[in-house]
Design a protein around this ligand. Structure first.
Ligand SMILES: Nc1ncnc2c1ncn2[C@@H]1O[C@H](COP(=O)(O)OP(=O)(O)O)[C@@H](O)[C@H]1O
Ligand SMILES: [Mg+2]
Length: 301
């Protein structure tokens, strides 16, 4: 079997082309579909925008776009006088999705090269406003779209979403390994639908065996960022274009998503600092203090 698997490594050393005016880019990824990537992407984008940051949200799931519906944008392409595509601002976030470019019932039926080209156009040929962060909602898996982005766009880091189910966690591991192989920081793992809040007693009841996601986080040396319970309101909010963190901020799921957005903001700031300090001489006191704080005193000396 092995000899039919091509030994091709993605071109990680290629030229990266920044997006004008965009300070940081975060990927929201998963191995398996339906685990809650878009839900997490929408809600952390809205939560961060609430804190005053300038946030964009790009739907890179070209074959299964959800962001237009979940963000409640108009579902039609907005353009400036010069004909440039414009993201639409709803809930304080500028977003763009294939759902804004194609009628809802029309499937995208493109093959490889066309997909890469369309994807890069969404990054470079859209008039993104100046942004502190562009959140990118990826399709599931480790395919063309992920590799095109990793090879051509400078990314700050990724978070990986899974459910506790072993099948989903196994796929999440593949996504983590891909990012690690290509040198992209993985800020951590998010365990969505990690239980159900009983409407009678308010207790979080397990739906799957527990511990699967945290075992993977330990194995791959990444942070276990958040557990988000299953909440029927999350589905209602997705369908209505009214993100959960804004419409039901006191629900347990929204509270987890709000904490997650804070943790991701901290991880992004740390990565910014780390990138600057990596360029400096080892032994620089500021750098040493940073690594010491991060690693509890075991930083590089
Ligand atoms: N915590 C949750 N509670 C209830 N429903 C959820 C939750 N997270 C996601 N969902 C629902 O599960 C489905 C898949 O979520 P979605 O975010 O679209 O996943 P993905 O982007 O990974 O395919 C959607 O119907 C969504 O509304
Ligand atoms: Mg999705």
């Amino acid at each position: 079997m092995n000899d039919i698997i091509p030994d091709l490594k993605p071109d990680a050393g290629g030229e990266l082309r920044p997006i004008k005016g965009v300070a940081n880019i975060l990927l929201v990824a998963s191995g398996k579909g339906g685990v809650g990537k878009s839900t997490v992407a929408v809600n952390i984008a809205c939560a961060m925008a609430e804190t005053g940051k300038r946030i964009g949200l790009l739907d890179a799931d070209l074959y299964g776009p959800s962001i237009q519906r979940m963000m409640g944008t108009k579902g039609e392409l907005q353009q400036d006088e010069a004909g440039n595509a414009l993201p639409e601002q709803t809930h304080g976030v500028w977003s763009l999705s294939m759902g804004n470019l194609t009628p809802p019932e029309s499937p995208v039926t493109w093959k490889g090269a066309l997909v890469a080209q369309a994807l890069l156009q969404l990054f470079h040929e859209v008039k993104w406003p100046d942004l502190d962060l562009l959140v990118v909602d990826l399709p599931p898996g480790t395919g063309d779209i992920q590799l095109t982005i990793l090879e051509q766009i400078p990314i700050s880091g990724a978070i990986v979403v899974t459910t506790p189910q072993e099948l989903a966690v196994a796929d999440a591991e593949r996504a983590i390994v891909m990012f690690h192989d290509l040198g992209l920081p993985v800020f951590g793992l998010v365990e969505n639908m990690d239980g159900y809040i009983c409407p009678c007693c308010g207790e979080n009841q397990a739906l799957y065996p527990s511990g699967t996601a945290s075992r993977l986080a330990r194995k791959r040396h990444i942070a276990m960022l958040a557990g988000i319970p299953l909440d029927p309101k999350a589905q209602e909010c997705a369908d209505n274009g009214t993100p959960l963190v804004l419409s039901a901020p006191d629900s347990e799921a929204a509270k987890s998503l709000l904490r997650l957005s804070e943790d991701v903001s901290i991880a992004l700031e740390r990565e910014d600092t780390a990138q600057v300090l990596r360029q400096q001489d080892i032994g620089n006191p500021e750098a040493t203090e940073f690594w010491d704080n991060l690693l509890g005193g075991d930083g590089p000396s």
